[in-house]
Write a protein of this length. Sequence first.
Length: 146
Amino acid sequence: MVLSMFGTPQEDPVGGVGYSCAGLDNGNEELDGENGSDKGTCNGLGAGDVMVITMNSDNPDLVALVALSDLTEGFELYMTDNAWTGSSFRSNEGTLKLTIPKGGIKAGSVFGYGDVLLDYAKDWDVVSGSMALSASGDSVLLYCIS
């Protein structure tokens, strides 16, 4: 699923590895009509429909997100600081899950994890491990499970 959402890992100009979502076919073509979501996808979301807009990794941890599409009630959004190896997530860090609350989250809404001033900041459930962003650098990946 990560390859279909993020593409193949690519070297970036400063020697790291990153992902480019440009030109990916998310398969968001067939609508089920019931709630407007696409069949076989994560409630019709595609790559880039939820974006990280800021993060702080030097206590307190904070990840602010913006919904670029409507997030429907009951949808489960996962966030992890486990690294992606190219075929699977490592398991030495943490994974959290936010179940979108009644009424959903409208496109343009800012929400996130960590700071009580962010909507839904304390509504994330621990799935595994411990989410503790490293001040010396860390990755934050968002994903869903179809």
